[in-house]
Every structure is written in structure tokens, then in C-alpha cells.
Design a protein around this ligand. Structure first.
Ligand SMILES: Cc1cc2nc3c(=O)[nH]c(=O)nc-3n(C[C@H](O)[C@H](O)[C@H](O)COP(=O)(O)OP(=O)(O)OC[C@H]3O[C@@H](n4cnc5c(N)ncnc54)[C@H](O)[C@@H]3O)c2cc1C
Length: 421
């Protein structure tokens, strides 16, 4: 028996465990894998620092020696590039001007251990089969696989933090595929990549490809290893008839800056692929349950938003769970403000991503604009919660409308067919 059962010990589940223990709420984390385990999602945004600080985890991040991330750079297929140094000071809860790139196997293990240290009862290698719901649809606990048998563990609140496995979303048929994005990513780690010189060598580098919504990430994992991932519409991969390596290399060579950086690169891991990863659950809460992190919603990873959303969803969910325990009421209506807050924040990310793909040169234009640069910087750092929609998004929409309306506009040929309303 536990007050709260958390399904999954990734960043969302582990951070939630930390917040609940700090609030004096008993919690169990059931994690299906045995950590350390590999995971995609290696570049963080600056807003995560505020959570690490709040959870007393920042010192651990520093001691682990993760690569410091001070900014981002974008490389057009034609060879032009643009870089942006984050300048997070002074922002709420953040007093350093960098965040981190992480080896997720190590990062996730450290955060899960931190949750355990703060009081979560953590069971690894323990797969949750399903959430137990009573006749009225109220969550009452979970059914866990233990060896060859299944054991029922009751709880007052169940939180699905199972990531893209979306355990409860599948069980309740809540999952809605994104109507626009159907991206496919192929990625691996390399050594001997030429990351350039100075601080920018440790930025995240995004290389654009001359295919629909095609781009490549370059993320430093440590002094030697660099993660490279090719992302494009899934149909492009399906139609390619190449093996995964042939597909990866042909696309990586489409951008001259990347081809140069990779000229001596040697692959040190197998290729991994990720597909069907943009979706939303129809609801994030119900009687006795909440969904956090990727288990609730996933948007395209172009701006490295995933771990930040996972951590903030944990923080907001913990606030409502604490409120529910104070009231002794675990009904959906008590958890709804969590859903509203998370949806509003992720919608800002989503809108930004859609406008970005709609007209890529627009992003460059707005980053360089004295009026909007600061707002774009805040968005890129993940400061999307507790705010009305960022004004820059409206300005971007108006700019796109102008390009669409003017037949002779220089950028008209670069408009993507995706809808933005
Ligand atoms: C191609 C790609 C690139 C990305 N790049 C970035 C990036 O650069 N930066 C970034 O911030 N994010 C990135 N992301 C997103 C990031 O990976 C996720 O948003 C983040 O991992 C979400 O954390 P989570 O805790 O919700 O889920 P996860 O990290 O997936 O954790 C879920 C955990 O639940 C466990 N689990 C699953 N099912 C069960 C079960 N039934 N019982 C028990 N345990 C279970 C899993 O083993 C796992 O450990 C990327 C995603 C993709 C697809």
C-alpha cells in the first residue's frame, strides 16, 4: 500500500517522487527497467536548472561533470549559420547562464537515486501491467508483474510517468496522434567528430536538411562522444529503401557543415530509431490518477523541450496531489488545474514549433530582432509556464500571413504546407 504509486522512474517519475517526499507524501516508484538504461533526449534547456535547484539536485549535476550547454547554433543547408548564447540571468530560480547535455543513462540513474534518498520507495525491474480502476473509473492501485505472477498494490493516487509507453493512455484509449507531425529519428553516438573550437563547440548544433521538416541534432555527451540524430518526416524514411545506416549517412551529408564536422567520425553505438512520437492524451487527469511527462503529451523535440516539460509536469502534479491529500478528495476536479497549467505551457512550445516549421527564415528574423529576441530566448530556455501566450507568437503568425498574402514575397517559396491555425 502507498499513498501515491508512480509508474516509471524517468525524469518525470523521479522528480515527482522527490517533490512528494519533500511534501511528506509516501510514494512508491515502479520502474520496469534496471538502471542505468540508455534513453534518447540528451540536451536540456535552462529552465531545468530551476527544478534541479529546488530539489537540491544541482550539486549532483555539477559533480557528475555533465557538459555545460551555454547556447545553440543553427546551420542552413546553404552553409549560413546562426548562434545564440543563452543568457539566463536573471530569470526566475536560475542563477547560472548554462544548462547541461547529459548521458541519459547516467542522468536518469542519478535523479532516481536522489528520489530514493529523499524518501521514495523505488523498485526497479518491476513492470506495471495495468492500473486498477473500480466500477466508477476511480484509480485504486496498480497490477505489477513480479516474476511469473501478478501482484495488486493499492494506492490512493496513481501517476502514469511511463513515458512514450503511455501505459494508462493506452489502457483508457486516450491517445490522439498529432494531426501534423509524424517525424522519424535515427540516431547514434560517434567519436572523432569535429565540434569546432571554444564555447560554441559545446552548444547544441541543429543542421537543417533540404527535405520536409528535416534536421539533424549534434549534442556533445562528453569530451569524446557526440550524439547525432537525423530527423525527418516518417514517409521520407519509409520511401527510402535504404538500410538504416545508408539512410542516416545520405541525410547527414546533405548539410555541408555537418558533412565537414563528421569527416573523421567513427560510430561507437548501434543506430536507434524513434517514430510516432508526437501525440496528446485527451485528458491528463481523472478520478484518482494523473499523467505526467511524455505519458501525457509529446511535442516534436526540435527545441529540446521534453525533459523540461517532464520536470515541470512533476512539480505541478505534486502541488495538486498535496492539495488533494489536504482535502482528502482525489476526484478529477481537484487535479484539473494541473492539466490546464501543463496544457497551456506545452501549447506554447507546440505553437512555437509549428510556426518555426512553417517558415524557417522567420526564426532567424525574429532571433535577430531587438524587439523580440528576448522573448525568443525565454521560449528557447523553456520559460513557457505561468504566462499568457508569448506575444512573439502572434507577431510570427502575422508575419506569415503577410508572406502568404503577397504573391511576390521573397520568402513565399519557403512556406511549408503545414496549417498553423
Ligand atoms: C527523437 C527524440 C529526441 C529527443 N531529444 C530531446 C532532447 O534533446 N532534450 C529533451 O529534453 N528531450 C528530448 N526528447 C524527449 C525526452 O526523451 C522525453 O521528453 C523525456 O525522456 C520524458 O521523460 P519521462 O520521464 O516522461 O519519460 P521517460 O524518460 O521515457 O521515462 C519513462 C520511464 O518509465 C518506464 N516505464 C515504461 N513503462 C513502464 C511500465 N509499464 N512499468 C514500469 N515502468 C515503465 C520506462 O522504463 C522509463 O524509464 C527527445 C525525444 C525524442 C523522441
Amino acid at each position: 500500500m502507498a499513498d501515491v504509486i508512480i509508474i516509471g522512474g524517468g525524469p518525470a517519475g523521479a522528480a515527482l517522487g522527490c517533490y512528494l517526499s519533500r511534501a511528506g507524501i509516501d510514494n512508491i516508484i515502479f520502474e520496469g527497467a534496471n538502471f542505468p538504461r540508455a534513453h534518447v533526449g540528451e540536451s536540456l534547456v535552462t529552465s531545468t536548472v530551476a527544478i534541479f535547484k529546488e530539489l537540491g539536485f544541482l550539486q549532483t549535476m555539477e559533480e557528475a561533470g555533465f557538459v555545460r550547454k551555454f547556447g545553440a547554433a543553427w546551420h542552413a543547408p546553404g552553409g549560413r549559420s546562426l548562434s545564440l548564447r543563452f543568457n539566463a540571468v536573471p530569470e526566475e530560480g536560475i542563477d547560472q547562464d548554462y544548462t547541461y547535455h547529459v548521458d541519459r543513462a547516467q542522468f536518469d540513474l542519478l535523479l532516481l537515486k536522489h528520489a530514493e534518498k529523499l524518501g521514495s520507495r523505488v523498485y526497479q525491474g518491476t513492470h506495471v501491467r495495468r492500473v486498477l480502476l473500480d466500477e466508477a473509473g476511480q484509480a485504486r492501485g496498480v497490477c505489477v508483474q513480479v516474476g511469473n505472477s501478478e501482484v495488486e498494490v493499492p494506492a490512493r493516487v496513481v501517476v502514469d510517468a511511463s513515458g512514450r509507453n503511455t501505459l494508462l493512455g493506452r489502457q483508457l484509449r486516450l491517445k490522439q496522434k498529432d494531426p501534423i507531425f509524424n517525424q522519424y529519428a535515427v540516431h547514434a553516438w560517434f567519436k572523432n567528430l569535429d565540434r569546432g573550437e571554444g564555447e560554441e563547440a559545446d552548444y547544441i548544433h541543429i543542421y537543417f536538411l533540404p527535405v520536409e521538416r528535416g534536421w539533424v541534432w549534434q549534442i556533445p555527451i562528453n569530451d569524446e562522444i557526440t550524439s547525432i540524430g537525423v530527423v525527418a518526416e516518417k514517409d521520407i524514411f519509409k520511401g527510402s529503401r535504404e538500410d538504416i545506416e545508408g539512410y542516416f549517412l545520405r541525410h547527414a551529408h546533405m548539410n555541408p557543415d555537418l558533412a565537414h564536422a563528421m569527416r573523421h567520425a567513427v560510430r561507437v553505438t548501434e543506430f536507434n530509431a524513434e517514430g510516432d512520437y508526437s501525440y496528446s492524451m485527451r485528458r491528463f487527469v481523472g478520478d484518482g490518477y494523473l499523467l505526467v511527462g511524455d505519458a501525457a503529451r509529446f511535442v516534436d523535440p526540435i527545441f529540446s523541450s521534453g525533459v523540461s516539460v517532464a520536470l515541470f509536469s512533476a512539480k505541478f502534479a505534486a502541488e495538486r496531489i498535496a492539495h488533494a491529500f489536504a482535502l482528502g478528495d482525489f476526484g478529477e476536479h481537484v487535479f484539473l488545474p494541473y492539466e490546464e497549467k501543463l496544457r497551456a505551457g506545452v501549447e506554447i512550445w507546440y505553437e512555437f514549433i509549428r510556426l518555426y516549421y512553417k517558415l524557417l527564415p522567420l526564426f532567424t528574423h525574429f532571433v535577430q530582432s531587438p524587439q523580440y529576441r528576448r522573448e525568443i530566448e525565454r521560449l528557447l530556455q523553456g520559460l513557457v509556464f505561468d504566462r499568457k501566450e508569448a506575444q512573439v507568437l502572434q507577431a510570427m503568425r502575422e508575419y506569415i500571413a503577410k508572406v502568404e498574402a503577397s504573391e511576390n514575397h521573397l520568402l513565399r517559396g519557403q512556406l511549408s504546407p503545414i496549417p498553423i491555425d
